[in-house]
Write a protein that binds this ligand. Structure first.
Ligand code: GCB
Length: 740
């Protein structure tokens, strides 16, 4: 029978020309330098070695090495013999070690995350950690065994097709094997155990179970899982045995009404997740996966976009168990590489092969913002058509999707390729106004009413150290993040046609090329910090909208020092009646929904206490929260990241008529060579602070068109701390010397 032995301990690791150091897996060599900014983390080929004695094998038994993640490419050698190569840092692969085994063995795995034009991702807003960052196992099987190598297959595929009216499901189970003469499939069901046997033909066995009164996998309400067993038999002996869990559910998407689960409207509202962690990089374990799932459930999300690559099997398993509905994707991102086609195909084949059985997954994502750098070319279109067909062929039960950049024209032929379309929009953060999110979505929906539309990303950075009573775009305060998300939450709720929406991002994550918002090397659009320790205030806005767990939250607990006589205290709750007490005395009781705003006079130091009551899911509930604030004479400088007064840099009256100034549009400035010479380098600096992606999108014609009509001072505000106030003043002075 099969045995699986963890193979994670006692490895030696070294970079070229460096000493070997002992490590255990999971391991990445970029845990530090990939998170500290500078875009200078080490990318190259490093080596993992492990010595081991030949395992005791019965006659005919074979030993496979299973690697669950080698970022980004790997080659495996046993005793000097090259056994396999693998390109793609997020999928599992296996190789047969048996024929190269000796009594004493040396296993060497060269892992490479260096830059190239073949393996995705190469340009994206996250760190491409290198390493053997997921678990490694040895799998020993008899000579007759289920398939292990092709595309990292689990050897079994389960395809349930549910008839909601008849309350039954037809479950097709297919298995692939080497050797053996038949496969016995056993499916424990509520009405007893069902057993079906199939002979093997060309190594394939297939049966169809019928489940009457099928117990549905019903999202968060009841994520019921079945588990089928497959036994490979030769005569009277069972040589190999595997299991696959699965769930029976019906997903439907209506372009007007949105998402349906098992026949009822079930709007997908949730967040995206990157897998990495402060201090650990991508080398995480089940403990971290569990913690992330718990936070996703706490906020009340019913969907996760698992961006921008295949996540760990353990994580999809948790989504299956908890009932979260998942968007899965490959890292075909930002810039199309003509030499990368084969890699997009192999990563997609592996994603579908390895993840097909997860009931949580509702769609396959072909690409993310792929036109951002380099636009739409014929080769890019063909690559997408090939991927789209591949997905349909491998899995006719799930639709394909794509996350488009906001600067991709709504008429682009790229948009028609996938079954579902979705946009990443950042109006109100990088550029434009909050309301443009609403109008952009409506415009698309009106133009293409027959096309399902998702909102695959939206978000705003916040550093929980920064605060303001007059929050505004790009100030990186927790308060602006709240303003932003209050608008976006409403935008989403008013648009039931959106089949899925995903906040970017549940967690801050590493983007070593970024340097903004007071933290070098991080994208801070998370609702929770990179270490998962701090839930930013905006987290509780969504919790108020989505969670059924009664709570009340006082916003601004980190904004203790306030320089105004009367300060606004905001409360988020999913209970309808909220009372605020100041130093034990009731200030006011409000009835409302989710967001409660109190005007609180402050003189010295005060204790604020809030109680909430109401009913949730039909049950009466109460909750409370406390914080302290104090009156100060001057704003606390620790709450600002440098640019104190972003609001009115210059009043119109101060400016000389007939000369350029930062109040002109970007287009006007760029059409004058002298003004362009002043403005160009500053824009370059702003882009540089946001990493490679921002730099690479600079030439995108649609982005340029949008930027041309924007006032330059609003673009400068969006640049955040990349451009200090003095530089803005100097630039304006220079522009004021250039006649129009
Ligand atoms: C995007 C990308 C995502 C970035 C995000 C951002 O559109 O898809 O990878 O991290 O924007 O924060 O700019």
């Amino acid at each position: 029978m099969r045995t699986v032995t963890p193979f994670n301990e006692h490895w030696l690791f070294h970079k070229p020309d460096e000493e070997k150091t002992p490590v255990d897996l999971p391991h990445t060599w970029n845990a530090k330098d990939g998170q500290d900014g500078g875009n200078d983390y080490w990318r190259g080929t490093a080596y993992y070695e492990k010595q081991f004695k030949k395992p005791a094998l019965q006659f005919g038994e074979r030993v496979f090495l299973e690697i669950n993640g080698a970022a980004m490419s790997a080659s495996v050698r046993l005793n000097g013999q090259l056994l396999t190569e693998h390109a793609g840092g997020y999928s599992a692969f296996r190789t047969d070690l048996t024929d190269a085994l000796q009594d004493d063995n040396l296993l060497e795995i060269a892992v490479d995350n260096s830059e190239n034009d073949r393996v995705y991702p190469q340009m994206a807003d996250f760190t491409f950690y290198g390493g053997l960052y997921r678990s490694v196992n040895l799998i020993t099987v008899p000579s007759a065994h289920f398939e292990l190598v092709k595309d990292g297959t689990p050897g079994i595929r389960v395809t349930p097709l549910v008839d909601l009216e008849k309350k039954c499901a037809e479950v097709t189970v297919t298995a692939w094997a080497t050797g053996g003469d038949r496969v016995v499939f056993t499916l424990p069901a509520e009405d007893g155990e069902k057993i079906l046997t199939s002979e093997l033909h060309d190594g394939i066995a297939e049966v169809v179970f019928t489940l009457e009164n099928v117990h549905l996998w019903d999202g968060l309400c009841d994520p019921y899982l079945y588990c089928v067993k497959a036994e490979l038999c030769s005569g009277d002996t069972v040589s190999d045995c595997i299991f696959s869990r699965f769930g029976c559910r019906v997903f439907e998407i209506d372009p007007e009404k949105g998402f349906f689960l098992n026949g009822r409207a079930y709007p997908l509202r949730g967040v995206s997740r990157h897998q990495d962690r402060l201090g650990l990089g991508n080398a995480i374990t089940v403990k971290e996966h569990r913690e992330d799932i718990e936070i996703a459930l706490e906020i009340g999300a019913n969907t996760l976009r698992l961006a921008h690559y295949q996540h760990a099997q353990e994580f999809y398993d948790l989504c299956d168990e908890k009932g979260l509905i998942v968007w899965a994707e490959i890292p075909y991102i930002t810039r199309h590489m003509p030499n990368g086609r084969e890699n997009t195909i192999s990563q997609m084949r592996e994603l579908i092969t390895q993840c097909h059985h997860h009931p949580s997954i509702f769609c396959w994502g072909l690409s993310n913002e792929i036109s951002a750098s380099g636009g739409v070319t014929d080769d890019l279109l063909e690559n997408h058509r090939i991927l789209n067909e591949l997905c349909h062929k491998m899995d006719p039960t799930r639709p394909t999707t794509m996350a488009h950049a906001f600067m991709l024209e709504q008429e682009s032929p790229l948009i028609g390729i996938a079954d579902l379309g979705a946009y990443n929009l950042y109006f109100g953060w990088y550029l434009g106004e909050l309301e443009q999110n609403d109008s952009f979505l409506d415009e698309y929906h009106e133009k293409f009413p027959e096309r399902p539309l998702g909102f695959s990303e939206y978000g705003a950075d916040a550093n929980p150290a920064f605060h303001s009573s007059a929050p505004e775009r790009s100030d990186y305060t927790e308060e602006y993040q709240c303003v932003y998300h209050e608008h976006l939450l409403q935008c989403i709720e008013e648009r039931p046609y959106l089949f899925a929406t995903h906040v970017w991002n549940l967690f801050d994550f590493a983007a070593d090329g970024r340097d903004e918002g007071g933290k070098n090397g991080q994208n801070q659009k998370g609702l929770v910090t990179f270490d998962r320790k701090t839930r930013k205030d905006a987290f509780y806005l969504y919790k108020a909208a989505w969670s059924q767990e009664p709570f009340v939250h006082l916003c601004g607990s980190r904004y203790a020092d306030r320089a105004e006589e009367v300060t606004e205290v905001k409360v988020y709750s999913n209970l309808g009646r909220v009372s605020l007490y100041v130093d034990g005395k009731l200030l006011e009781t409000q009835e409302g929904r989710r967001i409660f705003r109190f005007r609180v006079p402050i003189t010295g130091e005060h204790e604020l206490h809030v109680t909430a009551e109401g009913s949730l899911s039909g049950a009466a509930a109460t909750a409370e929260d406390t914080m302290r604030i104090r009156r100060v004479s001057e704003p606390n400088p620790a709450y600002f990241f440098g640019k104190k007064k972003v609001v009115n840099w210059f009043d119109k009256e101060d400016l000389k008529e007939g000369f350029f100034s930062i109040h002109d549009t970007f287009g006007e400035l760029m059409s004058n060579p002298a003004a362009a010479a002043v403005v160009g380098p500053i824009m370059q600096k702003a882009r540089d602070s946001r990493g490679d992606v921002a730099k690479s999108t600079a030439d995108n014609p649609n982005l340029q068109k949008m930027m041309a009509s924007m006032r330059f001072d609003s673009m400068l505000k969006a640049a955040g701390d990349a451009i200090p106030e003095e530089a803005v003043r100097a630039m304006n002075a220079a522009l004021q010397r250039i006649p129009k």
